[in-house]
Design a protein around this ligand. Structure first.
Ligand code: ZN
Length: 284
């Protein structure tokens, strides 16, 4: 599932490979893709637009257009954007084809069909993004993120994992990176936010920065469906310690096995020794 590092990787590819391209024809192959406006209007309005750039906000992929409008994708679980050529033409699970000048096409394929697209003007885009929390890799959060996390969360009695997944709290973290972040911060995913110490907030902040930056550096994590625009898997899956490693030895303590339990309704992976549920045991 594309999270911040995966969407960031796709965004960089679009900037390098398709910025400046003219959209000559648009085929919506799955009308369920288009949330706004209607599929017909979406096709009509996109045709003849020139792609001016691309950016990312949280897990939203934003294709900027010369008119000032934006084509916004939420890739959800299995969305892939593939550029043909160099990629060979995909044949299955197609939702959208953007024909570009220079005989190239940008395919959106998604086996799960959960990807959604919207064509928004500047005002609609701003409204859509207005509730999102800070971007964790931007300077403001790097410098003041410990304070921000404490101010936002330290009075909350909710479990820390679902809070970190809340896009209004921090933008871009999903189920893979959150488990790795909590592992590095040695926090049990069910820890209540109001029980964290100053030192633990610092550790959590550092773990957020480290894990997301490493994910970007490794061009994302492919556990199942994620591919970049050139149809290549990411490499960060080789660096995961706990996500889907249940039954394997924890690389930190070597004595315990990673377990998988539901937390906040999501499959969650952690080491019961390194991430104590009753954290006060560790202080005795
Ligand atoms: Zn361990």
């Amino acid at each position: 599932m594309p999270e911040l590092p995966e969407v960031e990787t796709i965004k960089e590819h679009l900037r390098e490979l398709v910025a400046g391209s003219l959209i000559t024809d648009v085929e919506v192959l799955d009308p369920g893709l288009v949330e706004q406006p209607s599929a017909e209007e979406f096709e009509r309005e996109l045709e003849g637009e020139r792609i001016s750039g691309a950016r990312r906000r949280a897990k939203h992929l934003i294709v900027e257009l010369d008119s000032g409008n934006s084509l916004v994708f939420q890739l959800k679980i299995g969305g892939q954007l593939l550029l043909v050529p160099p990629v060979e033409e995909p044949k299955t699970a197609l939702m959208l084809v953007l024909h570009l000048d220079g005989d190239r096409r940008l395919f959106l394929r998604d086996e799960t069909r959960f990807t959604r697209a919207r064509l928004l003007d500047a005002e609609e885009l701003e409204a859509r993004l207005s509730t999102l929390g800070p971007e964790p890799l931007e300077e403001e959060f790097r410098e003041n993120g410990v304070k921000y996390l404490q101010e936002t969360l330290s009075s909350r009695r909710a479990q820390i994992k679902p809070l970190l997944l809340d896009q209004k709290v921090v933008a871009g973290i999903g189920n893979i990176y959150v488990d790795e972040i909590l592992y590095d911060a040695r926090l049990h995913p069910r820890r209540k936010a109001n029980t964290l110490s100053e030192e633990e907030w610092r550790g959590l902040h550092a773990a957020i920065l480290e894990n997301l930056a490493a994910g970007v550096e490794h061009r994302g994590t492919t556990v199942r469906l994620y591919k970049d625009v050139l149809n290549r898997p990411g490499e960060h899956q080789d660096y995961l310690r706990v996500f889907e490693k249940h039954g394997k030895s924890c690389p930190g303590c070597e004595g315990s096995k990673v377990v998988r339990e539901k937390v906040g309704g999501r499959p969650t992976h952690f080491c019961p020794s390194c991430q104590l549920e009753d954290w006060r045991e560790g202080e005795q």
